[in-house]
Ligand binder design. Structure first.
Ligand SMILES: *Cc1c(COP(=O)(O)O)cnc(C)c1O
Length: 438
């Protein structure tokens, strides 16, 4: 493909994407395929001779789309949202075009410097303490990781290095191995200190956990993967109180802040993190190395390579503005409360956890078996898509406001559908009980 074909195909692809997203409501949210559906539909080896673009695009509708779960359908209420916006998609095109691998400042200065500034912008939107921002002095600051899981692992490794150094400084005879086998990581059954747990969006109290970690010299990592985006709204910022005790803090703009996957924002005290990963082969050195103002992000992450991900933050933040992003969060929270109100009006149901942001945990009053049957009937009808969670051994349905285009009408339709499914499941249960009696 040369540049002139790329111009043409690129425009066609933009049309395809816009048509797909504009018409997504008309597609069944969850696919009709069984495991292994795809292999028989495509050749077992790559083609020897080049094929045409038309042939590929035709196969997208025939082979790929039938097996896609449409995460951006307004009838998708499963898991948590994954971000999707046009500015982010356009920025990702540009990222692909520049195609740099920004592991050091010199490897592509704009890639490094925009990331540091975007992480400061975002940190200020959240009103993070100064210690987390890079600012003019270049002390502290943020880094874009691929996922919250990577950020947690990076924090764990940095904590390990920090404590190992501290102990070795005090007792030089201690070997690394002797120290490491004694190290302990504390966690609850929801992993690390979490603001907005995955199952029910509950919040750890950092103002209780933080001072203890501080006093005991423990590294405190805070995971707010989903909920973090909401902290840009002043009315939700109190949920972040206590972050001043954290050594590292992470959330996913790729969940709820309109920056397409992958973009996981992590802030940490710079001295701690770079110490944990310092790696300086000669071919990676450059003359600005130790200026202090310059970040070499390869020290802040597991991989060496990294994409120019800050471009999509820059595009999204500028095209929505903080006000636009706040309005987006607020709308989702309003919709979840609207759903909550509908559930509360129906006495057959109960709400299982306080609704704070965009997630409603609910169930039919009754057995786990009954609720499993309800979810099964909802997900096999495929009009909407939900996933469950387990709260203190109770089987619970999760209704997460996900799509960028979801409106009150979709939520109301979803609720009517859930009520119909519930009626069927309750009727079946009644018949079963009657049979057992007879
Ligand atoms: C989604 C989520 C994660 C996992 O996020 P990844 O970026 O996919 O690793 C971790 N913690 C919480 C609280 C989450 O909601």
């Amino acid at each position: 493909m040369n540049a002139s074909e790329f111009r043409r195909r690129g425009k066609e692809m933009v049309d395809y994407v816009a048509d797909y997203l504009e018409g997504i409501e008309g597609r069944q949210v969850f696919p009709d395929v069984d495991p292994g559906y795809l292999r028989p539909l495509i050749p077992t080896t790559a083609p020897q001779e080049p094929e045409t673009f038309e042939a590929i695009i035709e196969d997208v509708e025939k082979i790929i789309m039938p097996g896609v779960t449409h995460w951006h359908s307004p009838y998708f209420f499963a898991y948590f949202p994954t971000a999707s916006s046009y500015p982010a998609m356009l920025a990702d095109m540009l990222c692909g075009a520049i195609g740099c691998i920004g592991f050091s400042w010199a490897a592509s200065p704009a890639c490094t410097e925009l990331e540091t500034v975007m992480m400061d912008w975002l940190g200020k939107m959240l009103q993070l303490p100064e210690a987390f921002l890079a600012g003019e002095a270049g002390e502290g600051g943020g880094v874009i990781q691929g996922t919250a899981s990577e950020a947690t692992l990076v924090a764990l490794l940095a904590a390990r290095t920090k404590v190992t150094r501290r102990l070795q400084a005090a007792s030089p005879e201690l070997t690394q191995a002797a120290i490491m086998e004694k190290l302990v990581a504390y966690a609850s059954d929801q992993v690390v200190a979490t603001l907005g747990t995955t199952s029910c969006c509950s919040f750890d109290n950092l103002l209780e956990v933080g001072p203890i970690c501080h006093k005991e010299g423990l590294w405190l990592h805070v995971d707010a993967a989903y909920a973090g985006s909401a902290f840009i709204c002043p009315e939700f910022r109190h949920l972040l109180n206590g972050v001043e005790f954290a050594d590292s803090f992470n959330f996913n703009p790729h969940k709820w802040l309109l920056v397409n996957f992958d973009c996981s924002a992590m802030w940490v005290k710079r001295t701690d993190l770079t110490g944990a990963f310092r790696l300086d082969p000669v071919y990676l050195r450059h003359s600005h190395q130790d200026s202090g103002l310059i970040t070499d992000y390869r020290h802040w992450q597991l991989p060496l390579g990294r994409r120019f991900r800050s471009l999509k933050m820059w595009f999204v933040f500028r095209m929505y503005g903080v006000k636009g992003l706040q309005a987006y969060i607020r709308k989702h929270v309003q919709l979840s409360h609207a759903f909550e109100a509908l559930v509360r009006q129906d006495t057959r149901f109960e709400i299982c956890a306080e609704v704070i942001l965009g997630l409603v945990c609910f169930r039919l009053k009754g057995s786990n078996k009954l609720n499993e049957a309800l979810l099964e009937s909802i997900n096999s009808a495929k009009k909407i898509h939900l996933v469950p969670c387990s709260l203190r051994d109770r089987f619970v349905l999760r209704f997460a406001i996900c799509s960028r285009t979801v409106e009150l009408a979709h939520v109301q339709l979803a609720w009517e559908h859930i009520q119909e499914m519930a009626a069927t499941v309750l009727r079946a249960q009644g018949e079963e009980k009657a049979e057992i009696k007879n």
